[in-house]
Ligand binder design. Structure first.
Ligand code: FAD
Length: 317
């Protein structure tokens, strides 16, 4: 009977999709065991019903106002307290900026094993996690043989499946103290219509887009497809777009249903962030471009002609 704890994450007043995906993974691991979730922040309680829809029998809410914005110390203290209370064998969260930051801190404190950026999990002889290595060129299977198991799950990779249970909400008082960082103000950029890391469709631009104006047709295509715009590092370095759009080894790792790469050569560091997309379309005027090696569909041509044509055609659908 495995006891699994999930750290759920909310953003802009909504639970992130990846939390439902992680709860689905928890369901596979726990089987007939127990799934508990926790969620932090002064309005955390409002999420518990939705969390229970994905199988959490107990939802711990830690509603301290110090947890309204992420801080490493605050989240670490709250998560340690929940783990102490629940005594799980497995703790999971999304491979998001918060998951990537807080899980190693908690794992180090508890001397627990941590497997990050998992794309699959199998149970049977222990819990075996699959994760990409060598910038996505290979996959390794890993398992933790003793002690607490911690893992982060790559967003958009596992289909979230509803499994409604009568979830119990438990308010857990936690004394958050000695914070070394305090968030005083959050200055938000003009928010993208669709969150890049959870987008089902991404239209991404590289150096071939040539200017920030060159991103306008990409945004138009993304809008028609209900997707988000991404970029290569070269496009960000050239200030055509913001670094928050960067996809790749040192940017975001994405797994959309459809990735349209426009004017991107396909450097290994870029592929590391998008090669596990379900369908890849590449538009490049160089027929020898490396991106065509990973693309399911390749269009050799000028993106400034091809992208508006695609937008026009998709508008008809
Ligand atoms: P280029 O390689 O210059 O390719 C531009 C492409 O546009 C060419 O293939 C060209 O044929 C095509 N093109 C030009 N005009 C048109 C047109 N009108 N229509 C159609 N096609 C056109 N890169 C990332 O993307 N993400 C990362 O996270 C990342 N991390 C890195 C980390 C490290 C440590 C290092 C060393 C590098 C990293 N890079 C990363 C950079 C990476 O190596 C490449 O330099 C970068 O990905 C190249 O971006 P690009 O494909 O847009 O540009």
């Amino acid at each position: 009977m495995t006891k699994v704890l999930v750290l759920a994450e909310a953003k802009n007043g909504k639970l992130r999709n990846v939390s439902f995906e992680v709860l689905t993974v928890a369901g596979c691991i726990a089987s007939d065991g127990e799934i508990t979730a926790c969620v932090f922040g002064s309005d955390a309680e409002k999420y518990s019903e939705e969390i229970a829809k994905y199988g959490a029998q107990k939802v711990y809410v830690v509603n301290n106002k110090e947890l309204n914005e992420y801080t490493p110390d605050g989240y670490k203290q709250a998560l340690l307290k929940v783990i102490d209370e629940v005594q799980p064998q497995v703790v999971l969260t999304g491979h998001t900026s918060i998951g990537k930051d807080v899980f190693p801190r908690v794992a180090a404190r508890l001397n627990a094993g941590l497997i990050s950026d998992c794309t699959d999990v199998q149970t049977g002889k222990g819990i075996v996690f699959t994760r990409p290595i060598y910038s996505g060129k290979a996959f390794q299977k890993k398992k933790i043989t003793e002690g607490l198991v911690m893992a982060t799950i790559r967003p958009n990779n596992i289909e979230a499946v509803e499994n409604e249970v009568a979830g119990e909400t438990i308010k857990l008082p936690v004394e958050i103290k000695d914070l070394r960082t305090v968030v005083k103000e959050v200055v938000k950029k003009a928010a993208a219509k669709v969150d890049l890391s959870e987008a089902k469709v991404i239209v991404s631009g590289g150096r071939g887009v040539k200017s920030s104006k060159g991103f306008i047709p990409l945004q138009e295509l993304a809008d028609v497809l209900g997707g988000a715009v991404g970029a290569s590092r070269a496009a960000c370095d050239a200030e055509y777009c913001d670094y928050s759009l960067q996809i790749g080894q040192t940017g975001k790792v994405v797994t959309p249903d459809l990735y349209i790469a426009c004017g991107i050569s396909g450097a290994i560091q870029h592929l590391a962030g998008m090669s596990s997309s379900k369908v890849i379309v590449a538009i490049n005027k160089d027929p020898e471009a490396n991106i065509f090696h990973v693309a399911d569909y390749g269009i050799v041509g000028d993106l400034f002609e091809v992208v508006p044509l695609l937008t026009k055609e998709f508008k008809k659908v």
